[in-house]
Write a protein that binds this ligand. Structure first.
Ligand code: C2O
Ligand code: CU
Ligand code: CU
Length: 448
């Protein structure tokens, strides 16, 4: 349904069945019972209202990742929607019973956003079971560009899963990991990995392509896995990937990459030109950080020649350079701590919904210094940012543009300029390794 200002959607969160592995049926918890959930496409400046109805046996929270959204609709981890017909026990703090209308103003530039579950302490297992989908935002600037369109503009949700012998998703239980089966605890602490790579819910799929340019919106929706994506064979001429967009919008100018490092929750909007491959070539999208089954992601089969009227123009959008304050406003240290190193913390503290960790004025531009002791993709809600420096030098090759998530490696130090535009209220920032997030590596921002 749609009216003058708003597009309305209804999504039912429910169990469903998916044929993921040949010969098996896998239960998913999905938006409309599907994994990935339905892709929503919106226009910048038009409000979108999504009625999420919860027919799962557990409370849920839905977050639009990368969205500039009023606090009430942002999917704060304790703002749960209780199951339809569920009893009200444990409902303290619930914002709704059965269903809730999430309203997204989307007064932001064209970008590849995604929505996923965000329930406190259970985000990892709930996303793992399938609660994730794309939400693309388009605008006039993007539409005026001669980039590949329609069936040549393809969102790719990449994630890894492990399967049990009966074909169900295998997510290790936090109970067994905390009660100390040796080895399990530390695996869980690092984040849950799978040995099957799924793209849009299918294992190692093959996409038939024409020998022309395609736009791929790469999203790493894995709980914990980082990838280094490359093409094998590399194109006979030109670079493998021409990046045109980052997490929350178009770049100012395209950037060539021979390979792309992508951490959980990051998006890279890239153009691949299959025009230089001979028809008949099989091109594998490989993961250089993987081995064996995790070393490849999907395959493109170049099946025919076709006319290509797309190009990647040398200028894409006016990328505003926010002027950073001269001094560091906040320091954020992401580390493992607690008396037995039993949890993941920010500045030594585990998440507490009742503590404000950063009080920010609406419209403020801040300079943050983020440090880490392990791999942590650091994600901020509401505030979009640019990377100013990495380890005292220039930003890294994958840091360009407006971002909502920054890939941090062990002992990294990253300086960002972040702007909190939009709305007052309470938001979170956290590690997007979902097991780290569930183990309390999250903190509160209050925008006043
Ligand atoms: Cu994609 Cu707070 O999350
Ligand atoms: Cu987010
Ligand atoms: Cu982390």
């Amino acid at each position: 349904r749609t009216d003058a200002t708003t597009d309305y959607y209804e999504i039912t969160q429910r169990p469903g069945r998916a044929g993921i592995l040949p010969g098996y049926s896998t239960e998913v918890w999905g938006y409309d019972g599907r994994f990935p959930g339905p892709t929503i496409e919106s226009r910048s400046g038009r409000q979108v209202v999504v009625r999420h109805r919860n027919e799962l046996p557990v409370p849920t929270v839905t977050h639009l990742h990368g969205g500039v959204t009023p606090s009430r609709y942002d999917g704060y981890p304790t703002d749960v929607v209780l199951p339809v017909g569920g009893r009200s026990a444990g409902s303290a703090g619930a914002i709704a019973h059965g269903s809730f209308d999430y309203a997204y103003p989307l007064g932001q530039p064209a970008a590849t956003l995604w929505y996923h579950d965000h329930r406190m302490d259970f985000t990892g297992p709930q996303v793992y079971r399938g609660l994730a989908g794309f939400h693309l935002v388009h605008d006039a600037v993007e539409e005026a560009l001669p980039l590949p369109r329609r069936e040549r503009d393809v969102p790719l949700m990449i994630c890894d899963r492990a399967f049990a012998a009966d074909g169900s998703f295998h997510y290790p239980s936090i109970d067994s990991s905390l009660t100390g089966e040796p080895g399990v605890t530390s695996d869980f602490m690092k984040g849950v990995l799978g040995d099957v790579i799924l793209v849009n819910g299918a294992p190692w799929p093959v996409l038939e392509v024409a020998a022309v340019r395609y736009r791929f919106r790469l999203l790493n929706a894995s709980n914990a896995r980082r990838y280094q994506l490359a093409l094998d064979p590399p194109p006979p001429s030109g670079t493998a990937f021409v990046q045109v967009g980052s997490d929350v919008g178009l770049l100012g100018r395209p950037i060539d990459h021979e390979a792309i490092d992508i951490a959980p929750a990051e998006r890279f909007d890239v153009v691949v030109d299959f025009g230089s491959y001979p028809v008949g070539t099989q091109v594998t999208l490989v993961n250089r950080y993987g081995t064996g089954s995790t070393g490849h992601v999907m395959r493109f089969h170049v099946v025919r020649k076709a006319r290509d009227d797309s190009t990647v123009p040398p200028r894409l959008a006016d990328l505003e350079q926010p002027s950073p304050p001269s001094t560091i406003t906040r320091r954020m240290k992401f580390s493992r701590s607690g008396s037995h190193y039993e949890t993941w913390t920010i500045n030594g503290q585990a998440f507490d919904p009742n503590r404000i960790d950063a009080q920010v004025s609406l419209g403020a531009t801040e300079r943050w210094l983020i440090t880490t002791n392990a791999d942590h993709p650091v994600h901020i809600h509401l505030g979009h940012f640019q990377v100013l420096s990495r380890n005292g030098g220039k930003p890294g090759p994958y840091d360009a543009g407006w971002k909502d998530t920054v890939d941090m490696r062990p002992e990294d130090e990253v300086e960002i300029v972040v702007r909190f535009n939009g709305y007052r209220g309470r938001y979170v920032f956290h590690c997007h390794n979902l097991e780290h997030e569930d183990m309390a590596m999250m903190a509160n921002i209050e925008v006043t």
